[in-house]
Design a protein around this ligand. Structure first.
Ligand SMILES: Cc1cc2nc3c(=O)[nH]c(=O)nc-3n(C[C@H](O)[C@H](O)[C@H](O)COP(=O)(O)OP(=O)(O)OC[C@H]3O[C@@H](n4cnc5c(N)ncnc54)[C@H](O)[C@@H]3O)c2cc1C
Ligand code: SF4
Length: 325
């Protein structure tokens, strides 16, 4: 690991001011479970001059409900979110998503802000210097994406034009299904971004001097069946090949409200709006669930080696819908 300046931030405002001062040459460190491995691997073309520690910001790890909204500070730990009775009771999809992340040790360190902002897991992008990297690619500023002609089995099936890496965050998928908003702080003040809008083709929507301050989730109907399920290859610990989060409300078998988000398929979580719409006001049965699953994947365009994700995603959508009955 190369040397860098380490600064303990005391407030969100100070952290953002430091980001501005370093003009793209500083990064935030929360739990460090992702950042430190990318620094050690030196897989990116540029190396930060400064690391700004946000764990030293007092009171940024809250989990509280207020006026029908759950508010989570950016430094709330994933283990606390997974175990919180408040989250488990009213925001179950989020608690389940947090519980499936990595290992207990990582969840004890990892924060929700860091989980949302973690770097992609594309193996070309992460190829370490020790093995001959870094590999240049569109996400690092070049025009070429080696994954297009290469091994893209874990890449996106809803395609962007430049980068095909999928968002690795399980939590983001639950937040998308729960209509969460991400509160972003910067020198100009605060702005609120829908969880579904937080990820762009090449990075998050954060500016160079912005950070995640908190997450807000409106309370769902107490009758909504909330779920998070992930398909991964190594069950005890692995990123999702495909994941799904859902909140589906039925009254006597008739769907009155449906929210479904898919993960592992694009640069951010994807809301399956057509699938949600087709369920509304109808009696849930296998045929309707199969129709919704087809609609959820309608716009998908797999790469050369990842068409298998289509069937997994459809199966997860069907199970999420049928599971509520
Ligand atoms: C073995 C292993 C298995 C894993 N499995 C999974 C999995 O199954 N599912 C999953 O979702 N994740 C998985 N992860 C990733 C893990 O969840 C992330 O490393 C973790 O959530 C990152 O949180 P952190 O607080 O440690 O972030 P850090 O490592 O401190 O930061 C990560 C990135 O986010 C930025 N950042 C941190 N906080 C903020 C903020 N408030 N605002 C803006 N930017 C910020 C940092 O600058 C950095 O770029 C796995 C990781 C490992 C090592
Ligand atoms: S998919 Fe994205 S991160 Fe991976 S090599 Fe292509 S441009 Fe780089």
């Amino acid at each position: 690991m190369k040397s860098f300046t380490h600064i303990n931030a005391r407030t969100v405002e100070e952290a953002c001011a430091l980001l501005r001062q370093y003009d793209g040459k500083a990064v935030l460190n929360a739990g460090g479970t992702d950042l430190l491995s990318t620094l050690k691997g030196e897989n990116c073309c540029s190396y930060p001059e400064a690391i700004i520690n946000v764990k030293t910001i007092t009171g940024l790890d809250y989990i509280e409900e207020d006026g029908g909204v759950l508010r989570l500070g950016a430094c709330a730990k994933l283990s606390h979110i997974a175990d919180s009775p408040l989250v488990r009771e009213g925001y179950r999809a989020l608690a389940e998503a947090a519980r499936t992340v990595a290992t207990p040790q990582i969840r004890n360190m990892a924060t929700i802000g860091g989980n949302l902002c973690q770097d992609v897991r594309c193996w070309y992008y992460r190829y370490p210097r020790q093995l001959g990297g870094p590999i240049d690619c569109a996400r690092k500023g070049s025009k070429v994406c080696p994954a297009v002609a290469g091994d893209n089995r874990y890449h996106a099936i809803f395609l962007d034009k430049k980068c095909f890496a999928v968002c690795p965050s399980d939590v983001a998928v639950a937040l998308a299904a729960l209509d969460a908003r991400i509160i972003v702080a910067g020198p100009a003040g605060e702005r609120s971004v829908a969880a579904t809008e937080f990820y762009g083709t090449l990075a998050t929507m954060l500016g160079k001097d912005e950070m995640v301050r908190s997450i807000e989730i409106p309370k769902s109907s107490p009758h909504a069946e909330q779920r998070f399920t992930k398909f991964s290859l190594r069950k005890p610990i692995d990123f999702a090949v495909v994941s799904i989060a859902s909140a589906i409300t039925t009254e006597q078998g008739i769907c009155t409200h449906a929210r479904i988000a898919l993960g592992g398929v694009a640069s951010g979580p994807v809301r399956a709006r057509d699938a949600e719409n087709v369920l509304m006001g109808k009696r849930i049965n296998e045929e309707l669930a199969a129709e919704a699953a087809e609609l959820a994947l309608k716009g998908a365009r797999p790469l050369s080696k990842n068409a298998y994700k289509l069937q997994i995603a459809k199966t997860l959508v069907k199970r999420a819908i049928m599971g509520g009955l």
